[in-house]
Each structure stands twice: as C-alpha cells, then as structure tokens.
Design a protein. Structure first.
Length: 171
C-alpha cells in the first residue's frame, strides 16, 4: 500500500528536480580556472552558434576536460593551441587559436569580451580578483588573463582585440 508519506516524498522529489533544472546559473557555471595550458577555462555562449557579443550577459565557463572543479567541457576540437604565461604573483594568461566551427561560431563574428566587471554577471577567475577574456571567431584568436591588479586586466579596450589587450604567443 502506498502511504501518503511516500506520495508526499515522491512529490517533493519531483518539485526539487524541477527547481534544480530551472535554477539560475551557479557560481561554478561562471567561474574560470587557469592552471596550465592543459587545464583552463574560457567563457563561451551557452549554446552553439551564438554571436559572442550577444552572450556577454549569459556566457558560461567551459574548461578543458579534467580541469579541477570544472562543470562544463569545452567543445571537442575547439582549442587549437594554448600558451600559458605569467605567474601567480601578478597574473596568469592563456593565448591561442581556436576553431570557430567546433562550436558553430560565425566567421563574420568579430568577437566580444567577457570580464569580471559583470560580463556575465558574477563571473570570476578562481584565485584572482579580476579577469578579462576575448573570443574572436573571425580570426580564430582567443585569450584570457586572470589578475590580482586591475591594471593588468584592462576591460575598456575590447575592440582592440586579443593581441592588444593580452599580448602573448602566438596568435
Ligand atoms: C550575483 O551574486 C549575488 C550575491 O552573491 C546574488 O545576489 C545575485 O543574484 C547574483 N547575480 C546573478 C545574476 O547571478
Ligand atoms: C583604459 O583605461 C586606462 C586606465 O584608466 C586608460 O589609461 C586607458 O587610456 C583607457 N583606454 C581606452 C582605450 O579607453
């Protein structure tokens, strides 16, 4: 016989599942981690095929498989090259090339910027106070830098692109 307690428990379970699935993005969804050239995250639109600048408020962190505490893997084949630079006393960065087709990004998309100034809201880089991250599908460049000092992570010149905002090898 099914007791009312059992039914009640079942109902709570279903409701919890619905709430969980519809929950707002969690802190882990918008936290990047930069450890090495094989363990790092960048921000990308939540769904393939979106323009980067359209996702500056909705982007999520995507990480190389196996990055500690990561909740979402980068698309297969997206990262072509990744160069780690800097050191943890000031800033760390990854600069490199990506394949826009691996996430159906548009070849006419001149890109956009994610940063710790609210793009997306509450975005951060673990262990650092600031970050800046550009993704440029039209030339295949991407870059991310996580900084202790705001001056190392300028967020006011995104239109100048990765090569100016985050100099590094090779684009
Ligand atoms: C950002 O974090 C604050 C406090 O941690 C929270 O109240 C707010 O809802 C968050 N905003 C978003 C858009 O997640
Ligand atoms: C960005 O801000 C820095 C520091 O405030 C300033 O020196 C620089 O001229 C600004 N650059 C642009 C392109 O606005």
């Amino acid at each position: 016989m099914v007791t009312s307690t059992t039914l009640f428990t079942f109902l709570i379970l279903i409701l919890t599942t619905i709430v969980f699935v519809n929950a707002d993005t969690s802190e882990a969804d918008v936290t990047a981690i930069l450890i090495s050239n094989t363990q790092f995250c960048i921000f990308l639109p939540p769904a393939p095929g979106e323009y980067i600048s359209d996702s500056e408020k909705t982007a999520l962190a995507f990480c190389t498989p196996g990055t500690p505490t990561s909740v979402r893997d980068l698309p297969d084949g997206f990262i072509i090259s990744a160069n780690f630079g800097g050191d943890s006393s000031t800033y760390v960065q990854i600069t490199g090339k990506m394949n826009p087709d691996a996430y159906q990004l548009h070849h006419d998309d001149d890109g956009g910027q994610y940063d710790s100034a609210g793009s997306p809201p509450n975005a951060s880089c673990a262990g650092y106070e600031h970050f800046v991250n550009l993704v440029e599908p039209n030339n295949g460049n991407y870059c991310i830098r996580c900084c202790h000092y705001k001056s190392d992570c300028p967020t006011n010149k995104s239109t100048e692109g990765c090569e100016k905002v985050i100099p590094g090898p090779p684009y």
